[in-house]
Write a new protein. Structure first.
Length: 427
């Protein structure tokens, strides 16, 4: 009787706990080009692992992760080979990915894996070092395409391709990205600890994160960028941060812009536009600027509030619009002046409560001072040119200051007039 119950118990366990009864996934089997395989087998062919379904062979990775070079065949036993992203992430010694010429959907250029039409860059070999220029015909760099490529030092984006999630994750030797990056998600550059400069030309994402980038010195975010939250933190040598993008649907209870631990930051321009798509939310945005001990000036162009603390070198803050700005300042002992529109009663009252000097822009700026910083210089010409050429938005104050010739329009003629005034030329 006991044996009978034991057999029943063993049968139940075999149904509920197959691993416990010794049932496990089969090991990959070595297949030749002529071999016959059963449906859903995992096979190894020429050093690469494939999962075989009824219609295709899906490339999974390398059998030997120390392989230096691999070749992807067009098919295995009549099944077309397809690529699974990213198949070679753990192949740390891989220097070249080759593809048979007759492959229907894949190709290789200089050892880098692309789609057949070269519009998609699928994977870059982890051990391929030095500089690399993404071909001009490439429209997209896929998910994790350069992930763990620790030897690559420079990337040139010749055609501003769209960068997929984690595209450059943990490229620990990458120092520069030349060209304008278009981001699909905000985690593209995580782990790029040696990156020095970054220009982001386009993104529509929920969160953009730049943190723990120890050698990053300058970031320029263009007006075509839209995000709900921006975090820049623990970048010890970052000196310039220009955020000209749009904050979309900011939540009033959370800081949409967080800048923390940027001790070398000197130039800061915060978002000039706030776009609301949910009318229930308040049209205000909160920004935090903390532990930025070298920053001297902060320029803001959006409605909301700003919290500034532990910025010992800060001497001035500038708010271009009649924004009803609400400011909170602690441990900024050198802050002496706050510039704003004369009609901004909220900002004026804040300054009185904090013991700060309020200076109206109407009394401190002149025509040609497009950046409204009290000086007319080449930066104003460049700011105006960006507005004319790529549509970078200007505040209403900057628009009035940019109309140098007084004809009611902002054109290249105004830019030329400002430039002539700077270098001392007269008509």
């Amino acid at each position: 009787m006991k044996k009978k119950y034991a057999r029943i118990l063993a049968f139940i366990c075999s149904l509920c706990f197959p691993v416990m009864t010794g049932l496990s996934c089969p090991d990959p089997v070595l297949a030749s080009a002529e071999s016959t395989v059963t449906e859903n087998d995992t096979v190894v062919y020429d050093g690469l692992i494939y999962s075989l379904s009824g219609t295709e062979a899906v490339l999974q990775g390398c059998e030997d992760i120390t392989a230096v070079s691999v070749t992807i065949p067009a098919e295995i036993d009549g099944k077309p080979v397809v690529f699974s992203l990213p198949a070679f992430r753990d192949c740390s010694s891989l220097e070249r990915i080759n593809v048979e010429e007759n492959h229907a959907t894949l190709c290789s250029m200089d050892g880098v894996l692309f789609t057949k039409n070269k519009k998609g860059l699928l994977e870059y070999p982890c051990a391929k070092a030095g500089e690399y220029c993404v071909p001009s015909e490439t429209e997209r760099v896929e998910y994790g395409a350069f992930q763990n490529c620790t030897g690559i030092t420079s990337i040139t984006l010749s055609s501003s391709p769209l960068l997929g999630a984690f595209a450059f994750r943990d490229c620990t030797s990458l120092t520069e990205v030349n060209g304008i990056a278009r981001l699909e998600q905000g985690n593209v550059f995580i782990g790029c600890e040696k990156l020095t400069t970054l220009t982001i030309g386009h993104c529509v994402i929920s969160e953009l994160v730049l943190q723990n980038m120890k050698q990053l010195t300058a970031v320029d975010i263009f007006p075509n960028c839209t995000f709900e939250k921006l975090i820049v933190a623990n970048c010890p040598v970052l000196t310039k941060l220009w955020i000209n993008g749009t904050v979309s649907d900011p939540v009033s209870t959370e800081s949409a812009v967080q800048l923390i631990g940027l001790p070398a930051l000197k130039q800061l321009q915060l978002p000039v536009t706030v776009k609301m798509t949910d009318q229930i939310r308040l049209p205000r945005m909160v920004a935090e600027v903390r532990e930025c001990g070298s920053i001297e000036s902060i320029t803001c162009g959006y409605p909301g509030s700003i919290v500034v603390s532990d910025c010992g070198s800060l001497t001035e803050m500038r708010f271009h619009e009649n924004l009803s700005m609400d400011i909170s300042v602690t441990s900024c002992e050198n802050l002496a002046a706050v510039y704003g529109r004369s009609a901004d009663a909220v900002l004026r009252k804040n300054c009185e409560q904090l013991g700060l000097s309020f200076i109206s822009f109407e009394d401190s700026v002149h025509t040609g001072d497009v950046s409204a910083d009290g000086e007319i210089n080449i930066a104003d010409v460049l700011r105006l040119n960006r507005a004319i050429l790529i549509g970078e938005p200007l505040s209403s104050l900057s628009e009035s200051l940019a109309d140098y010739d007084g004809d009611g329009m902002i054109t290249a003629a105004d830019s030329l007039c400002i430039l002539k005034a700077i270098i001392g030329l007269t008509e």
